[in-house]
Design a protein around this ligand. Sequence first.
Ligand code: NAD
Length: 481
Amino acid sequence: MDRKKSDHTIHYHNLIGGSWVKSEQQFEVQHKFTNKTLAFVSRSSQDDITKAVQNALDTFNDRVLTATERYDILTKASSIFLERQEELAMTITCEVGKCIKDARLEVQRAAETFIASAEEAKRISGNGIPIEGQKAQEKKMAFSIRVPVGVIGAITPFNFPFNLTAHKVGPALAAGNAVVLKPAELTPISAIKMAEILMEAGLPGGYLNVVNGYGHEAGQYLLENEQISMYTFTGSPKVGRHIKTVTGIRKITLELGNNSPNIIHHDVPDLTKAAELCVTRGVMNSGQACVSVQRVYVHRDIYERFIEESTNVVKKMTYGDPELEITDVGCMISEKEAERAESWVKEAVDQGAVLVSGGSRDGAVMQPTVLKDVTQNMKVVCEEVFAPVVSIMPYDDIQVAFRLANDTPYGLQVGFFTSNLQLAMQAAKDLCFGGVIINDVSTFRADIMPYGGLKDSGIGKEGPKYAIHEMTDEKTIVINL
Ligand code: NAD
């Protein structure tokens, strides 16, 4: 790629029609722990976006890649991810502030996401339609086929810049589309490297274009471009709502926020394990995951034991420099975000919550934090905290716990621990979330499963098979015999 080192600073550009193209203006990407400059990246103008979308459309109209070509490119790219796992993981660690252990895992998951996308590329099919079953249609035959939608605009968040990009680019290409990707301005380098690898794996120019820049500029220009048939967005509810308003009747999938509840009933199969999962999955990536454990409702009979076990786990966790092997929790995306998290914890304590561990920050590093005796109206409970803060409260009646879990505008995933099959089935029906995870936490996600929220958590599903469904149109063919 066209990238030069000067004063040890790397410059990255936009990918348009298979070439790396420099914009007039650049923006800086920093190491989130050291604040050192990592790179300067092209800041797309409206003209850059117009060119990228036109290029994607021309490429798509010229030829749709065959299913086997798509399979070959995605599997090859997946194996390059694994060959370059260490380097890619370090890129994620530097630009996000995520600890290196978790960054390696993210690269591995992205490799699996691409493999699943490649496999699904070979299985895209429509339906047989038994039209002759309707009176007066006996002399007709019908079936449907699924076709790519055309150009997809993909907009991604900062928190999983490699795997969440893989969840958009993998299925979009597998379905035969052309893509214009705008990565988060805070963490664009992982996505740029993904594009570089796809080209190395044989993706011809034009099927994937990368336009870097800020949301209100590059992102907004992308939304206003009518040549884009569909948008796939992961990010905040505020921007998601804006996208829905601007894009009119074009297709969209929105993967938005959550303030994930987890319920630990008195018959939890393994209390120690449940406490460990709640704490570790609540502070992982500094709690900056949409399904991060945030609110934990614990039956009063086991409340004190659960707090004790959680305390043991959180007190052992190491935090700080994300590049160190021993670090469990790195830093947040910015000092401003850590400051916000710290002030929310302070506010909760002022309102009567009890700090079990953590609660303060040093720069962008927020300590893994556990609060107990929180109440439903505290910000750390009722809003998306998006920080390493786990809030625990007791309940007496499971029906009340279900009601409290549902008492949110969000509906992405929920965790419920019980040994009672009947209650588990009731939870599956009554908890208003896109994913109900029994005997594991809300954070659980296997990359092949359908994943997406109800209510304000979004529209549509991800997971390669389900994303491909969203990213293709169904056409009905009727034959008059
Ligand atoms: P964000 O909404 O601030 O930014 C996401 C992307 O949108 C970025 O690329 C940004 O540049 C772009 N953007 C911003 N304004 C725009 C505009 N006007 N037009 C077009 N694009 C615009 O989100 P973030 O801070 O990067 O990520 C955190 C949020 O993402 C949290 O709310 C989290 O819950 C959510 N998230 C959800 C999922 C999920 O799968 N449901 C996964 C990860 C993160």
